[in-house]
Write a new protein. Structure first.
Length: 67
């Protein structure tokens, strides 16, 4: 179905898309959901919590600078 597609495919993390020969970007909302799920499952993982906080800081700066 996407055999001739030549743009940038924005998708979730479903591995079937990995076989397509086009540029890809993973959906930010799916990534954030997965990170939130990991935090809920591992509330004492300080490395994950720190990484998540730093990623949140980066995203906020990107959003602020894109206005």
């Amino acid at each position: 179905m996407l055999g001739g597609f030549s743009g940038v495919l924005i998708s979730d993390f479903f591995t079937a898309y990995d076989s397509l020969k086009c540029r890809q970007q993973k959906c930010l909302v799916h990534l954030l959901r997965d990170i939130d799920d990991d935090l809920l499952k591992n509330p004492l993982d300080m490395e994950l919590k720190t990484m998540t906080q730093q990623f949140g800081t980066l995203l906020r700066a990107i959003i602020e600078n894109s206005r």
